[in-house]
Design a protein around this ligand. Structure first.
Ligand code: PLP
Length: 394
């Protein structure tokens, strides 16, 4: 008799009970192909996989993209270590900044680092020289985002000093737009003009960078002048539009579904209440289904009494407040519902679709938050053309 050696965690998630996610990696690859067709040929690509690949699962998504893009864009050393430990050898580009005592690890993992100041460049240079390594760095310039980056006004002189430091290879220069989804608009245009002027002035004094980049998904989709020679899309790869106005620009396929199962059913008489705060009072005899998912799993509390779910191909409303790890839905006269039946919280059933964009509008947030907040502990299952596989949370 074969002995079951997989962990109980694996066995539990294989049953696909409770709540789980399905991620279609082929859709991510097709979205990448569509983005590629949108920008000029030879434009280089960084696929942004920070924040657990926007909730889609860092390692499987990175594995699918590896070899198909020039860089994977990550947000932390932790993400870098997860990828390296799982055998991902692609160039990894770190957006955030590192502290000097993190530099040895970063160099050991061969990360491409962002530098936002002369002081940071010096610290990395010292460690790099000590380890007899060369660190690949991209200089970040703040042209108006007000976040990381050398302030535009001092960038020329700081970069001039930086490039003389030993142990560093200045492979790139980049900036970021705070409102690319509004393009075309004067603030972004001024940012881009400043950035290009800086690149020219640097070139005049003999400093040039192989990679020059500025565009996130919105920039890549709409503004040709932001492409420079590399684009850095994130959200669009996952099939989510950066803003509603982009729906006409490109066809994207959403890659993620969030599913659960009915765990309990009850019939309530008129005038009975459902959930905390008694915010939902039945006005007719109705069937209430309990689902094992709530705000602790990342489903927004702000969808209380507003959100809808898909069941048997139709939309049904959430009844009352969303609880910590459960919620109730109002199935009305649907008395034939069964415990154990599937319900879709994000994704489609037949003609109906519940998109992260639609949930974001209802919850008064942005689709980025909807997907990145999904609990990394929810089991994620991956579909590709060849296979359907499971991957436990990382
Ligand atoms: C997250 C991020 C991106 C990707 O942005 P999307 O809007 O998801 O395409 C690009 N560049 C930087 C610097 C980022 O932080």
């Amino acid at each position: 008799m074969a002995i079951e050696t997989v962990s109980t965690q694996t066995q539990v998630s294989r049953l696909r009970k409770g709540t789980w996610m399905e991620v279609d990696l082929d859709r991510i690859l097709r979205n990448l192909a569509r983005l590629r067709r949108k920008v000029r040929p030879f434009t280089r690509f960084m696929a942004v996989v920070k924040a657990n690949a926007y909730g889609h699962g860092l390692v499987p998504v990175s594995r699918a993209l590896q070899g198909k893009v020039d860089f994977l864009g990550i947000g932390s050393l932790k993400e870098a270590s997860l990828l390296r430990e799982q055998g991902i050898t692609s160039p990894l580009f770190l957006f955030g900044r590192i502290f000097p005592d993190e530099a040895p690890l970063a160099l050991q993992m061969n990360l491409v680092l962002t530098v936002s100041s002369l002081e940071e460049a010096k610290a990395i240079s010292e460690v790099s020289v000590g380890l007899q390594k060369t660190a690949s760095v991209h200089v970040k310039v703040d042209t108006g985002m007000g976040r990381l980056g050398i302030p535009y006004s001092t960038a020329l002189s700081e970069i001039e000093k930086m490039v003389t430091l030993p142990g560093l290879k200045f492979d790139g220069i980049y900036t970021h737009f705070p409102q690319a989804e509004r393009y075309p608009e004067p603030f972004g245009e001024k940012q881009l003009a400043d950035f290009e002027k800086l690149i020219q002035n640097l070139r005049r004094i003999g400093i040039s960078f192989p990679f020059r980049h500025a565009a996130n998904s919105a920039g890549a989709l709409r503004l040709k002048s932001t492409w420079l020679n590399l684009v850095r899309p994130g959200i669009a790869l996952y099939g989510i539009y950066p803003a509603p106005s982009f729906e006409g620009e490109i066809e994207l396929e959403p890659a993620l579904s969030l599913k659960t199962r009915i765990v309990f059913l009850k019939r309530l008489a008129p005038g009975e209440s459902v959930g905390y705060g008694r915010e939902f009072i039945t006005s007719r005899p109705t069937t209430i289904a309990v689902l094992p998912v709530g705000y602790a799993q990342g489903y927004p509390f702000h969808l209380s009494g507003k959100g809808e779910v898909l069941y048997r191909g139709k939309r049904f409303p959430i009844a009352g407040r969303i609880c910590m790890d459960s919620m109730m839905i109002d199935l009305g006269d649907f008395t034939e519902a069964q415990v154990g039946e599937e319900v879709t919280l994000v994704g489609s059933e037949g003609e109906e679709r519940m998109s992260p964009e639609a949930l974001a509008r209802l919850a008064k947030t942005i689709p980025y938050e909807i997907v990145t907040r999904l609990d990394p502990g929810i089991p994620r299952f991956y579909q590709t053309r060849e296979s359907s596989s499971e991957n436990l949370p990382f």
